[in-house]
Structure formats: C-alpha cells, structure tokens
Design a protein around this ligand. Sequence first.
Ligand SMILES: C[S@@+](CC[C@H](N)C(=O)[O-])C[C@H]1O[C@@H](n2cnc3c(N)ncnc32)[C@H](O)[C@@H]1O
Length: 396
Amino acid sequence: MMATSAVAAERQGRIFACTSKTEKECLDKMLFATGRLYGEGVLAIKKGDPLFLMNLDTDILYGTFTADSAGKKNIEPKAWAGRYPYQVRVATLNGKILSVKGAKKVLAQMCLGWREALPPAAAKALSNYLENPDGKLESFEHEKEDEKPRLESTTLWDYPRQSYGKTPKGSNKYAGVTPAFAIYNMIKRYTEPGDLVLDPMAGSGTTLDVCIEEGRHYKAFDISPIRQEIVQNDARNIPLADESVDMVFIDSPYGDNINYNNQPGNIGKISAETEEFYDELEKVMIECHRVMKPGKIIGWVIGDQWVHKKFTAVGFRVYERLCRHFETVDIICLARRGQTSNTGVWHNRALRFNFYLRGFKYLFIMRKANKNVLQDKKKKIRWTQYTRGINHSTNN
Ligand SMILES: C[S@@+](CC[C@H](N)C(=O)[O-])C[C@H]1O[C@@H](n2cnc3c(N)ncnc32)[C@H](O)[C@@H]1O
C-alpha cells in the first residue's frame, strides 16, 4: 500500500543528517537535531510535518517520520553532549521505519538537497518512494523563494555582486558599500536568531538589512546617517552598555580614499599613511570591545592602499591594532569586484605603469577573550604527511 494519504498535504518536509556515530541516539530517543548553522530550519518545523533521516556515512535514508513537537532549542539539552541544540521530537508515520540505500543518488535524481526544506509535493513523493522503491522517481523544479548566499567553507570569499535576494541590502550606489554576502556569512556563523548585532559605521545599512531578514536585532550608527534606522553617533563613543552585544560587524574607512561626508569626526578624512588614522580606529576597537559580551566575535573589513606610487599596508596595520585587544579567529580574503577602478582603462594603466589594482580586502574575524572559559588542554596534532603524485583517495 502506498502511504500517499499519510503525509499531510501542504506540509513542508525536512531531511535531518546524521552519521554512523549519531544515528543510534536519533532513533533511540526519537529526537532529530542539528547545530546552529541549520538551526533556523528546525525552528520552522511544525508538529505534523513530514521528516526523514539520512546517514551521511552509510548513504541510507530513513522515513517517513512526522514531527511530534514543533522544532525547538534544547528539548534535550544533554543529547549528543549539547552539540546539536536545535531539535524536534519525532514519531513514525505508519508505525514503521523504512529505509533506502543510495540516498544521495535518489535525492539528486529528484533534484532535492538535504539542507533545504522539501516542498510538500517533494516530501510526499519521497515518502512514497520509501514505500515503493521500485516506483518511478519524480523530479522537482526548485521553487526559488528567495535566494540565500552560500555558507562559506574556505577563507576566500568572492561575490559577483553586492547584494542577494528580492530585497536590496544596503545600497550599491553607496561608495564603499559592503558585500551583503559577507555579512550574511558572519551572522549565520556567529549569532543565533534574536541576538544583537552592532554596526558602528553602518553607511548605507547593509548590516541592518541582513539582520532584519535573518531575525537578528541590530544597532546601527554612523557619523553621518543616510537612513532613519541608523542613529548619528561617533564610533569612538558607542552609546551601549558594557557586554551587551552578541556580534560586531564593521567596514571602516580604509584611509581618506573615499569622500563619505564632511561631518566632523569622520575618520575617512584621515590619511592611512599617518599614525593618527590607526590611533583613531583603535579607539573604535576599544569601544567595540567594551560593548561586546565575552567570547563574542567582531568582523572588521579593511583594504590596503596604493596611491601616488606608494603602497600602504593598511590591513596589516589595522590587524596589529586589533591584536592588542582581541584573539584572532581567522582572516578572510574578500575579493573586490565592484570598485570604480575595475575598468579596462585602469587595468591597462596598471600594466603600463607597473602597479597592481587592489584585488581583495581583508575580513579579520576576531574574538573577545572569555576569561571564564578554561582554555582547552593542548591537543597533540597528528599531521598526515602526503606525498605529491600518490593517490590518497578512499573507496568512496
Ligand atoms: C566603508 S563605509 C561603511 C559601509 C557600510 N558597511 C555599507 O555597507 O554601506 C564606512 C562608514 O564609516 C562612517 N564613519 C567614518 N567615521 C566615523 C565615525 N567616527 N563614527 C561612525 N561612523 C564613521 C562613514 O560615514 C561611512 O559611512
């Protein structure tokens, strides 16, 4: 018998991923879970939604389950040693758990991904396939609701344009606007829904637009605000309480290369060739540090300068100041594409006069130390020594 009528109509489905280590706990507890990165998808689950479980090691898909609770945080805080706090209670749909091998191939044939919500028709079709694996596989056109950026897994972030999705984030007419993709990645990695994000130099408001869409609270300031959501303020004196902010994102001036405004206090009027520029930015760093909760993250975007045949390593100098106050998490290379010098004329000049156009900016990801957390005991690293030319592929 087909289970077509058993999957509730118009219910989105979701596939949870597990490994051979975590599968047993999922099925014993009838609790599915994920970490922060995919947590928001879990919070959207309603009781009765169809669910599936996919073991990424064995490539087996189990189903069909239904959500026996809404998706919540920490239904069982101690499950999986607290590593997967976004959880949902599950029940079997027909009192049995079916399974199919070759899950990745099945999903590929149906044009489905396990990270995204399954449209109702796809959830139903997948449930039917588990009941009858000899049946025909349907494939599903992706309904593009609203494009979301890819979550980055390397330190090279390269975006073809400034914004994504249906609503603009910030304004690409604003000189020095930040790629919204980068802010999205920072928010997804380092905050949770409902957290407070601060941008003390908000410019056209890219950070606040990303925050609104992702369900984060924001505080946005600028020395010369151009939108009503942004409050006029000098970043060297932030009107927020100590230890009140969950993340800071800041794309500061890189020197006096852009004429943002003529407001007194605009740090973008100070040349990056002077010590004063770094002294003033360090005051901003100290204020950010004060308002951040311990253990939280600041992302700082900055670029180098090449003006009048002179190179200034602005990024290294800002990084050196950041290191006086924060621990380094990582350094991201943000490819620059949209700048005004990205034209044939300038590329020609760079070759003719033997200099380079700026091709990237830095995104320094730094953490405010959390003195309450004991440092992990130093683990011995076991490096794998590879030799070039030898194929190390596994059986996969
Ligand atoms: C690179 S832009 C920020 C771009 C912004 N992230 C966006 O996406 O539109 C730098 C901003 O710093 C602001 N700024 C300069 N000095 C400041 C200060 N002392 N306090 C606050 N904002 C300042 C400028 O007005 C400018 O809007």
